[in-house]
Design a protein around this ligand. Structure first.
Ligand code: ZN
Length: 526
């Protein structure tokens, strides 16, 4: 009697302890009968996948096995969760209304890399707790941002750092890497990154090398703005050469009619460097339009030194404004003209969002440059810019070293007219470039979204479906995968993802969001 009472007490205690320790989360899921793409680039094979807790336990013929939940994947593809290597969703994910990450989950994205383009905070620990505060629908990997680091030491000054300032910058990069960042991002096209010399970035990249990180850059010139496209590509390659780390040409492109056809030239620069032993890669979003700020697209960088007040002062001085105007005329030509610029977000007057600069100028009976200058004077103007050629997009996509990215934002429903990539980049690649145009095979596309980014950024347990790997899994219907978002109506969720598991928990179950917040901030080396 005494013994059995003790026994049941121990039993109850054990259950409580297991629950506290989270062992009760060791739910098993058996994904049965799907076409398995393991992320390696191998063609699909029919195989079952067993998840236990947050890990893949087994892959293969598991017909004898049972599980807490069985998913029938007959007629569907099963793949590792997609990894978005260039995402602006970090800010949105840190807000309570958007932490669910639904626009990302609908694309099959289970991990994003935040702080791209050299933008983002320097205190990554603080950012991590902001991201975790309301839970996370997807995993987040952080970059140390060059612009953040430079901004903290030099503000928006157009000069090189002193030796002492450079040491401070290196220390900030080191702290970020110690906090678990996966590498350094830069945006040498933007303020303040544009004010840095290549040597400054090379010095910071050598710190990243101590941690086995990588370097990702929105290169200095995607067109003919300053050093030219090819020299800008070479600059990124050289960082990889000097620091001995993977160097990534992020959202690789040839921007504007002056450089259309240069996709092949980028490929040959990368190939040559790789033959030489430099680890060069690229990522790309599958659209012929980019998105940026009207200021960044049109203004010469000297006019922005010192920040917005300095810019406005220069714009009000006729002699400076004449020079700024010259720069803007050239900038607009590089972008292919005013009918290739669509307004994305403009707080002073949301009624222009979604319209073309050419239309607005005509309505105002102005020269487009005048209209652009007026808008810039009154507030920040973000734009979608139709500036790439299909041939270049396809040439760059075809390369085995090109990953997939979205470069997307995560914004409140119906705020502004964002680039459709925010809602559709990954499904679009599958729909247009795999299914409709057959530019790349399915296994190649999935590899570019999974094992390749995991390989480049040193994430050994993601981007693959094999025993022991993290249980980030997507199950999709290739015939139904569709990016619904359009340029003029972008706020539309993608379709075709039937199941999405993030760390073993279903965030999408049978096509419905579950509300699960099972994402984590992934820290390198932890
Ligand atoms: Zn960028």
């Amino acid at each position: 009697m005494m013994r059995s009472l003790l026994g049941s007490l121990v039993g109850v205690l054990l259950v409580v302890l297991l629950a506290v320790a989270g062992v009760s989360a060791q739910e098993t899921v058996l994904i049965r009968g799907g076409r398995l793409l393991d992320g390696s680039g191998n063609p699909w094979i029919r195989a079952d996948v067993l998840l236990r807790g947050d890990r893949v336990e087994a892959v293969g013929d598991l017909s004898g096995r049972s599980a807490d939940r069985v998913v029938d994947a007959n007629g569907l593809y099963v793949a590792p969760g997609f990894i978005d290597t260039h995402s602006h969703a970090g800010g949105g994910l840190a807000t309570p209304g958007l932490s669910h990450a639904r626009p990302l989950l609908a694309q099959g994205i289970t991990t994003i890399f935040a702080n791209p383009d050299g933008g983002g905070p320097t205190d990554l620990a603080e950012q991590r707790s902001e991201l975790m505060a309301d839970g996370l629908g997807v995993n987040v990997a952080q970059f140390v941002s060059h612009g953040g680091v430079r901004g903290e030491v030099l503000g928006t000054e157009d000069r090189a750092p002193s030796a002492r300032e450079l040491e401070r910058m290196k220390a900030l990069v080191r702290t970020g890497m110690e906090e678990g960042a996966w590498g350094l991002s830069s945006g040498t096209f933007y303020v303040p990154g544009a004010y840095s010399k290549p040597e400054e970035i090379e010095a910071l990249a050598t710190v990243v090398a101590d941690f086995g990180g990588a370097y990702q850059s929105h290169y200095r010139d995607e067109s003919t703005y300053t050093v030219g496209l090819i020299a800008a590509v070479d600059e990124v390659i050289n960082v990889g050469r000097v620091a001995g780390i993977p160097a990534v040409l992020t959202h690789v492109k040839a921007l504007g009619p002056f450089v259309w056809g240069y996709g092949a030239a980028i490929v040959s620069r990368v190939e040559r460097a790789r033959e030489e032993g430099v680890q060069v890669f690229a990522d790309q979003y599958p659209y012929t339009a980019s998105a940026t700020g009207l200021e960044a697209a049109l203004l010469p960088r000297w006019s922005q030194a010192g920040g917005r007040d300095s810019l406005l002062a220069r714009m009000s001085r006729p002699s400076d404004m004449a020079r700024i105007r010259e720069g803007m005329v050239l900038g607009l030509e590089r972008r292919g003209g005013a009918d290739r610029i669509q307004f994305r977000r403009y707080e002073p007057d949301p009624s222009i969002e979604g319209r073309l600069l050419s239309d607005l100028a005509e309505e105002r009976r102005q020269d487009p440059i005048e209209t652009a200058a007026d808008l810039i004077r009154e507030g920040r103007v973000s734009i979608v810019s139709f500036n790439m050629s299909d041939a270049d997009v396809e040439t760059l996509m075809f390369q085995p070293w090109t990953m997939t990215s979205s470069d997307g934002d995560l914004v409140p429903w119906n705020e502004g007219v964002p680039h459709p990539r925010s809602y559709g980049a990954f499904p679009r690649k599958l729909r247009v470039y795999v299914r409709e145009e057959a530019v790349i095979p399915l296994d190649h596309a999935v590899r570019s979204m999974t094992s390749l980014p995991a390989w480049v950024y040193g994430m050994p347990d993601r981007g693959a479906l094999r025993p022991g790997a993290a249980a980030d899994v997507v199950v999709f219907d290739l015939d139904k995968v569709r990016d619904a978002a359009q340029y003029t109506a972008p706020h539309q969720l993608a379709e075709g993802m039937v199941w999405v598991f993030v760390n073993g928990t279903a965030a999408v179950a049978d096509g419905e969001f579950t509300g699960a917040l099972s994402g984590r901030v992934l820290q390198k080396g932890r």
